[in-house]
Design a protein around this ligand. Structure first.
Ligand code: BGP
Length: 480
């Protein structure tokens, strides 16, 4: 069912694995300021909303309470860790570059030492027979750019980001073909500090600032796509959204309309701009109705029109429901924000609902609209794992989750959707982006480390490791 050259693999991101937060010239990033709060109810994902006071506190604090500062020490262990992925037969490995390692001042001074680390990492990925797929910015905005510029609300960020990308493209254009400009760009309106570096300090026009920041990201994405193609037409620069698939609560027309409007503003808006090259009508009326006025300079729209993304990058974790009257609905957790719960679906321990059929639905839905190849850049679910006394880890729940989603992906391919690759999220355990805990595990490879960074750090293959290896070896033939 899968095309011969289908790109099977896995995805990680620097801020959740790399550690070495103050080595090699790197400066602080937003995730370096996220604390782990063990008093959190795990069923309630508490997205840490950083404000200036918390950032100032984190800057001066050397206390052992910021798990993303140590990650899984991938900075030092990547050579050994990549071997596990090679053993599973990965064709592709998605990884992000840390902006603050390459440009510690955020803007213009290049840090050779930071680049050398990525030279070695990329060479090692290739030496292990994997294609590197690089995310340029994955939820780790440099703090220094908040201090100096106030984040993406400032138009200067366009040139700064373009400069950063040029450094990467010039250096890796012959080694890296697939790029992603911004991880899950559609998280911006829900988590502005996480993706746009715009702090919510009670500004009356905060939403307007977020739309302005997004506009700057759209222009920057177009500019860097133009630059990459000028270097080599074969470079593939992708957009990326976290697709929030939504269903109507009932078959009432009002609920169907609510669903359509959610889909428009949560998902399609971003892909319409990045992949179709224009601000859709509904986004303009949304802004008008809320008195949001953003500054669009001459030439911006032309750039956006002329330099669209080469493929659609998408993460898929869960779905949600929409209704005209939401007072009757119950909330549950989902990726980055809470959503209305679907009574027909099970959920993991964190309340994220599990919906494999939604993946087939989404792939068909997205492909009908954009008719561009789709790369599934993240998919999986967090689970608690138990390390048995004999050193084994049995994780049938993970195998089931992935099997069921891969099966629906195969059916979508059979429907005619062009899916070019699948990088499951988190092939090795790491720090959770949302809760900064280690116990929420995704990996095929277990890391013996707890929420406080304690443990032997030993890597252990779980049952799912052998299963995924077979899935890749049989090009999906193992899926039932
Ligand atoms: C996505 C992020 C990833 C990852 C994933 C799972 O939104 O791109 O970085 O972390 O969600 O989320 P969590 O780690 O909170 O379980």
């Amino acid at each position: 069912m899968f095309p011969k050259n289908f790109l099977w693999g896995g995805a990680l991101a620097a801020p959740q694995v790399e550690g070495a937060y103050n080595l090699g010239g790197k400066t602080l990033t937003i995730p370096d300021c996220h604390v782990f709060n063990d008093k959190n109810d795990r069923k309630v994902t508490k997205q840490v909303q950083l404000n200036r006071a918390l950032i100032e506190e984190a800057k001066s604090s050397l206390e052992n309470k910021f798990p993303k500062r140590w990650g899984i020490d991938f900075y030092h262990t990547y050579k050994d860790d990549l071997k596990y992925f090679k053993e599973m037969g990965f064709k592709v490995f998605r990884y992000s570059i840390c902006w603050a390692r390459v440009l510690p001042q955020g803007d213009f001074n290049i840090n050779e030492e930071g680049l050398k680390f990525y030279d070695q990492l990329i060479d090692e990925i290739i030496a292990n027979d994997m294609i590197p797929l690089i995310t340029i910015s994955h939820f780790d905005f440099p703090i220094v750019l908040i201090d100096k510029y106030g984040g993406w609300a400032n138009r200067d960020l366009i040139d700064i980001y373009v400069h950063y990308c040029k450094v990467l493209f010039d250096r890796y254009k012959n080694k890296v073909k697939y790029w992603v400009t911004f991880n899950e760009i559609n998280m911006s309106l829900k988590a502005g500090q996480k993706t746009l570096g715009i702090l919510n300090e009670g500004q009356a026009n905060y939403e307007e600032m977020l739309f302005q920041g997004l506009h700057h990201q759209f222009v920057a994405a177009a500019k860097v796509t133009q630059y990459a193609h000028s270097l080599n037409e074969d470079l593939k620069i992708g957009s990326m959204v976290a697709y929030f698939t939504t269903y109507p609560h009932t078959c009432k027309p009002e609920d169907a309309l609510a669903m359509l409007q959610e889909d428009q503003m949560k998902n399609q808006f971003y892909l319409d701009v990045l992949n179709l090259g224009e601000y859709p009508f509904y986004s303009l009326s949304y802004m008008r109705n809320k008195n949001i006025e953003i500054k669009i300079e001459q030439g911006d729209l032309e750039l956006i029109k002329n330099h669209t993304a080469d493929y659609i990058g998408m993460s898929y974790y869960n779905s949600m429901i929409s209704a005209a009257d939401t007072s009757v609905l119950e909330l549950t957790n989902a990726n980055v924000h809470s959503v209305f719960k679907n009574p027909h679906l099970p959920a993991n321990e964190w309340g994220w609902q599990i919906d494999p059929v939604g993946l087939r639905y989404t792939l068909n839905h997205v492909y009908s609209r954009y008719k561009q190849p789709i790369f599934i850049l993240e998919n999986s679910s967090g689970f608690f794992d138990t390390l048995e006394e004999d050193g084994s880890i049995h994780d049938p729940y993970r195998i089931k989750f992935l099997n069921d989603h891969i099966k629906q992906m195969a059916l979508a391919i059979q429907d005619g959707v062009e899916v070019i690759g699948y990088t499951m999220w988190g092939p090795i355990d790491m720090i959770s982006s949302g809760t900064s805990e280690m116990s929420k595990r995704y990996g095929f490879v277990y890391v013996d480390q707890d929420d406080y960074g304690q443990g032997s750090k030993r890597r252990i293959r779980k049952d799912s490791f052998y299963w995924y290896k077979e899935v890749i070896r049989t090009n999906g033939g193992l899926i039932v």
